[in-house]
Unconditional design. Structure first.
Length: 411
């Protein structure tokens, strides 16, 4: 049984968060060095429920159920059924890699031997969108693992597991996947309906509406005109996310400046003049903060209420909330204008990182300091936007195939 991680008494949401954590650790600019991951993920879930940073393409929301249905039609159960699902998923990987377009193929690098399969990556989304139906709670004594074991847990129930109108798979599936990861029009329309029904009043649903397709070049959801023009319940959350992202980015840049100073003081030279780079970055950040009018009158109490409703554990994380509020107070009051030299802000960030990382802190661990990439958690938060934008594009493109204007464009 292939598995990269295992743990006891974990919900599927907990497992999803663990996989996202590993994804973040593989991206040195996205790491949660200051311990604000709960807040970041609550924003992401409010804007784009069911998504994650390890998802790639929308058609996997159909491919995974098709792999299970093929195994179920064989009359298999338990371990034998789970093993067949595993084989089906690897056949799909092989078929997709033989196609012309391999963008977003899970297993693109590792091939059919990839450890984390689509059934693991998309399990939470399938339940959230109602594509997979029925009781979703596993017995508390069940041992779960990333990969096949979770797939097995998914299959130990009735074969009537999937939404009844699920589109049929293409011919010769899973040995062949006609169309690759491109959605057929009926598949795209079905997915749009499912997501609209299961995630109403969210930015995800709003951007799925015809005419609201995001562009390819936007780096964050608030750069999309359709996002800012959404109904107030949605657009106000987008504005909160944008303000939080901009404000907390300064803390990330200051943290990297503190590392850069220690890096240069230690005589390390692999990263060229990082101190100057981060001082310039903080100056540019302060310019953006000064130009942002939204900080005046920002209703942070409403923001916290929404976040805590989404994840009540945020309320119990007193240290994280205290750190965030102190930093946001400095930003909204204008006290962060000279963050690079403000000793109280430098201490705030340094103490927070040391309390989160303890012995793994680069501010105290010389060995880890030597391996610094030059950018640790320095990227601005965009709340899964690159992955969401790709999935939205897949669905919009599939839905547009039958439209007259799409046909004219192809002519």
């Amino acid at each position: 049984m292939a598995s990269g991680l295992s743990w006891l008494d974990s919900s599927r949401d907990d497992q999803q968060r663990m996989r996202e954590l590993l994804k973040l650790f593989s991206d040195t600019e996205s790491r949660d060095e200051l311990g604000i991951g709960q807040v970041r993920d609550a924003f992401s879930d409010l804007l784009f429920p069911g998504t994650s940073v390890i998802q790639t393409r929308a058609r996997y929301l159909l491919i995974v159920p098709w792999c299970f249905q093929d195994a179920q039609r064989r009359g298999l159960r338990g371990d034998r059924l789970a093993a067949q699902v595993d084989r089906n998923e690897r056949k799909v990987i092989d078929a997709l890699l033989r196609g012309d377009d391999t963008e977003g193929v899970i297993g693109r690098r590792a091939g059919v031997g990839v450890r984390t399969l689509p059934s693991s990556i998309y399990a939470a989304a399938l339940s959230r969108y109602g594509i997979r139906t029925g009781d979703d709670e596993a017995a508390s004594d069940r041992r779960l693992a990333a990969g096949l074991a979770e797939a097995e847990e998914l299959t130990e129930r009735s074969s009537a597991t999937w939404y009844p109108t699920l589109p049929v798979p293409p011919a010769n599936f899973p040995n062949e996947v006609e169309g690759g990861l491109r959605l057929h029009p009926d598949e795209a329309r079905w997915l749009r309906e499912r997501l609209l029904a299961s995630a109403p009043s969210t930015l995800l649903a709003h951007l799925l509406e015809p005419g609201n397709r995001p562009g390819w070049d936007s780096e964050a959801p608030w750069e999309e005109p359709a996002a800012l023009a959404a109904p107030d319940q949605i657009s106000s959350m987008v504005r909160d996310a944008a303000l939080f992202s901009l404000a907390i980015h300064g803390a990330a840049l200051l943290y990297n400046l503190l590392i850069a100073e220690r890096y240069e003081e230690a005589g390390l030279t692999e990263r060229e003049e990082p101190m100057a780079w981060y001082r310039d970055a903080l100056l540019n950040w302060n310019g953006r903060v000064s130009a942002e009018q939204g900080f005046k009158g920002w209703d942070r109490s409403r923001m916290w209420t929404r976040l805590i409703e989404k994840n009540p554990r945020i309320a119990a994380n007193v240290a994280a909330r205290r750190f965030i509020d102190r930093w946001l107070d400095a930003v909204t009051s204008g006290a962060s204008g000279d963050a690079a030299n403000d000793q109280s802000l430098r201490n705030l960030v340094a103490e927070r990182e040391r309390s989160v990382k303890k012995g793994q802190s680069r501010l105290v661990n010389d060995k880890l300091l030597q391996t610094w990439s030059g950018a640790s958690g320095s990227r601005r938060l965009v709340f899964r936007w690159p992955q969401v934008r790709r999935i939205l594009a897949d669905i919009h493109e599939g839905c547009a195939v039958d439209l007259p204007e799409a046909a004219d464009a192809r002519a």
